[in-house]
Design a protein around this ligand. Structure first.
Ligand code: ATP
Length: 244
């Protein structure tokens, strides 16, 4: 594919987290006085020099065992988090379904959150007004739309968040495991919507432990292990590596 078609270019991404150890005040004082203050924290590398391109129209599955860095990688792609080093270039509008309810304010109603979230995802007030009925209809939570979202179940959060995100007409859609919290009918509806987005030539990055679902949706698979990219190939090749 020529470089014009690249919508995400992740170059040599590293993400380090600082893990804090809990110490008593006395320990901290002794450590500081003995000049060992730097040992109070340690660094953990969650993403280790990962590079890849995502092309227009591709659906890539990001797979790997627990703690391998998948969710961190999605947050770096979405811009919610910055890399320690390396760069992420994005072309087009990104919608991320990364954490259920992220970007939702608990004290606001569903209706207010649709406007807030839509605006965060780059929609104008007029676009949100025009899409509002369709957003609510897709989510099927009409009855609760004027209830504060702190009273929503995680499935209700997902319904509204997914619905807002797909209505923003994203070029790139990032989806974390969260589909798991929806009930089966809603999951089916989301999967159909994902098919529609694929058919419309959108680019998707999906994180899931449901390898059969990944085999059905993804063209390509990237396997992360301890933060490193160990496979970037067909989805079948990626799944084989994980299952071997
Ligand atoms: N904010 C943070 N502070 C410290 N460590 C973190 C933070 N976020 C993630 N980590 C660590 O980074 C590593 C990768 O986490 P991440 O959530 O990206 O893994 P994952 O592959 O998505 O895992 P899972 O399959 O369990 O969801 C884990 O060891 C996790 O503890």
């Amino acid at each position: 594919m020529d470089t014009q078609d690249v919508v995400i270019r992740a170059e040599d991404i590293v993400k380090d987290f600082t893990l804090r150890n809990t110490h008593t005040l006395k320990e901290m004082l002794v450590w500081r006085l003995t000049g060992r203050g730097e040992q109070m924290t340690n660094q953990f590398r969650a993403v280790d020099h990962v590079s890849f391109n995502l092309c227009r129209g591709e659906t890539v599955g990001l797979i790997g065992f627990n703690g391998s860095g998948k969710s961190t990688m999605l947050k770096l792609l979405s811009g919610v988090m910055s890399p320690t080093s390396g760069t992420v270039h994005v072309k087009g509008r990104v919608a991320g379904l990364i954490e259920v309810g992220a970007g939702f304010h608990p004290d606001l109603t569903g209706r207010e959150n649709v406007f807030l979230n839509g605006a965060i995802l780059g929609m104008s007030q007029k676009q949100i007004e025009e899409s509002f009925d369709s957003i609510v209809a897709f989510s099927e939570i009409e009855k609760f739309i004027d209830t504060e979202v702190k009273f929503y179940s995680s499935g209700m959060f997902l319904r509204l968040a997914f619905s807002v995100a797909v209505h923003t007409d994203p070029d790139i859609f990032l989806i974390d495991e969260i589909l798991a919290v929806g009930d089966e009918p809603f999951q089916k509806k989301c999967l159909n919507k994902i098919d529609e987005l694929r058919d419309a030539g959108k680019s998707l990055v999906i994180v899931s432990h449901d390898l059969d679902m990944m085999a059905r949706f993804c063209d390509r698979g990237i396997v992360l292990a301890h933060g490193k990219k160990v496979v970037d190939g067909s989805i079948d090749e990626a799944i084989d590596r994980l299952r071997s």
